[in-house]
Design a protein around this ligand. Structure first.
Ligand code: NDP
Length: 501
């Protein structure tokens, strides 16, 4: 066995709140648990309604003062690039904190999540230098100019499964378009958010522009979502929470984007490149310990390759290196929390009644005294009505189904309340085109696991979300559009009130 990754970095004794440039403590403490040894890793000082209000007020004040919102674009860009550089410089530390906190393999945090966070800031820094305004001259004697202004105060609520990659996207977009913000990470995973906010401060973002409130969803998150003085709210998390947030925000007519859950179909045709489809299926369901909204968790196999594919998949699943996420060879670490472990395992209880066959896994990993280690699992379902084919499990848990014709595959894929992603593996151009026209998902990957192109919209159909994230979608969300009409010619006006009394 290789050695644990060194060096180890400091974990704060308490994760505090960052409000108006000050680190603020509070008396209510919530433990943050290490998923490897189940011990308390640190605590968060929970922000109550009053502190959330202070954070929103700080954001509002800085916004109105214009310290960031009116900063010249090139100066704003420089700061965003500096944040990206600082994230790169601290990549080892950030990856280590993320891995310690949520149990994702360090190699994946270091290789994908942290570079993605830096890229988010670079992407939006570059995007704003290319954004354009419109002018309309078709109406004689008038020039109508359409410009964008920052929207104001953005509330940004992030999930625990890939905190730095996903929350940085929201902060980068909100800042790029000139907004102030209040960030609320999951109580489960505060560590990288706290460190990232320190780096943002060090990059020269003025005090009060980026505020951080830690705490539970029901206290801190709810106070933020229902705050009357936020202008937009961006949320990534579960569909049930999304509903609560949208209704709280709706009372104030606060616009929201919601990036929610998924139960994506990974459709593999007989004519697919077998090895590539196999690699793709394993990546799609077991990366990040299976805790990813974009998981290809329903694997639909055409009958000709089904048996061979399942055999190979099971073999490779048994070979996965499960262990301490800090070890370089680890491919699958523990689930993030005990509660989540129990939820994932609870789906095994549904198998018998639904006629599903357990192919591999389905229990706690042996060989670990401690930690939320769950065996990578695959089942074969008789049809798409099985609970494991309908509910998002959000763990290393794949459900196979068989199909004969492309139409059958599309029907199964679309028979879901979710519509986040679809994956299709085929060497037939016609089948790929048919998938493109038929699969109801916000993103579709042909012969590839997820590819996140930030210029292109990301988001879901149906219960997988509301709105999209991308350069243009974020520009539309994080800014207000203003049309100003200038009179350019001689237009006589009707003269009211000149008649006889
Ligand atoms: P949750 O919905 O449980 O939580 C998300 C965030 O919302 C957390 O910060 C949480 O705080 C907070 N929250 C919870 N309740 C409230 C409330 N009433 N008001 C305001 N905020 C609240 O999601 P998870 O963190 O468990 O993330 C997993 C889910 O996220 C999965 O369903 C997954 O599919 C989805 N997801 C979607 C992605 C996408 O892009 N579509 C990407 C990644 C994940 P706390 O945790 O402190 O309670």
């Amino acid at each position: 066995m290789l050695a644990r990754a060194k060096p180890e970095f400091a974990i704060p004794e308490v994760c505090r709140n960052f409000v108006n440039g000050q680190w603020v403590i509070s008396s209510v403490r919530l433990p943050v648990i290490n998923p490897v040894d189940e011990q308390v890793l640190t605590e968060i000082a929970e922000a109550d309604t009053g502190l959330v209000d202070e954070a929103v007020r700080a954001a509002r004040l800085t916004f109105e003062q214009g310290v960031w919102s009116k900063l010249g674009l090139e100066d704003r860009q420089k700061v965003l690039f500096r944040i990206a550089d600082l994230i790169d410089e601290h990549a080892d530390e950030l990856a280590w904190l993320e891995s310690m906190n949520i149990g994702s393999p360090l190699s994946q945090c270091r290789g994908r999540h942290v570079p993605r966070a830096a890229y988010n800031f670079r992407f939006f820094a570059e995007y704003i230098s290319q954004s354009r305004s419109d002018a309309y001259t078709q109406l004689e004697n008038y020039l109508s100019v359409v410009t964008r202004e920052p929207v104001g105060v953005a509330a940004l609520i992030g999930p625990w499964n890939a905190p730095i990659a996903l929350t940085s996207m929201k902060i980068a977009a909100a800042l790029a378009f000139g907004n102030s913000c209040v960030v609320k990470p999951s109580e489960i995973s505060p560590l990288t958010a706290v460190r990232m906010v320190e780096l943002i401060r060090d990059s020269g973002v003025p005090d009060g522009v980026v505020n951080l409130v830690n705490g539970s969803g029901t206290v801190t998150g709810a106070a933020l979502a229902s705050h009357p003085d936020i202008d937009v709210l961006s949320f990534t998390g579960g569909t049930t929470t999304g509903r609560a947030i949208m209704s709280a925000a709706g009372k104030n007519l606060t616009p929201v984007t919601l990036e929610l859950g998924g139960k994506s179909a990974n459709i593999i045709f007989d004519d697919a490149d077998f090895d590539r489809a196999l690699d793709g299926a394993l990546i799609s369901i077991f990366s990040n310990n299976g805790q990813q909204c974009l998981a290809g968790s329903r694997i639909l196999l055409q009958e000709g390759i089904a048996e061979k594919f399942m055999d190979a998949f099971i073999q490779r699943t048994r070979n996965l290196k499960i262990g301490d996420p800090l070890l370089p060879e680890t491919e699958v670490g523990p689930l993030a929390t005990k509660q989540h472990f129990e939820r994932v395992h609870s789906f095994v209880d549904t198998l018998e009644a639904d006629g599903c066959k357990l192919l591999v896994g389905g229990k706690r990993c042996s060989g670990f005294d401690k930690g939320f280690y769950y065996e990578p699992t695959a089942v074969l379902a008789p049809d798409n009505s099985a609970v494991v084919c309908q509910e998002e499990i959000f763990g290393p848990f794949a459900a196979f189904q068989l199909f004969k014709t492309p139409q059958e595959a599309w029907d199964i894929a679309n028979d879901s309340k979710f519509g986040l992603l679809g994956y299709v593996w085929t060497s037939s151009y016609a089948t790929a085109m048919a998938a493109h026209e038929t699969v109801k998902s916000g993103v579709l990957c042909i012969n590839s696991p997820i590819i996140r192109e930030l210029r292109a919209p990301f988001g879901g159909y149906k219960e997988s979300g509301v709105g999209r994230e991308s350069g243009a979608a974020c520009e539309a969300f994080y800014s207000e559009v203003k049309t100003t009409a200038f009179l350019t010619g001689d237009v006589p006006l009707r003269k009211l009130g000149l008649g006889e009394a």
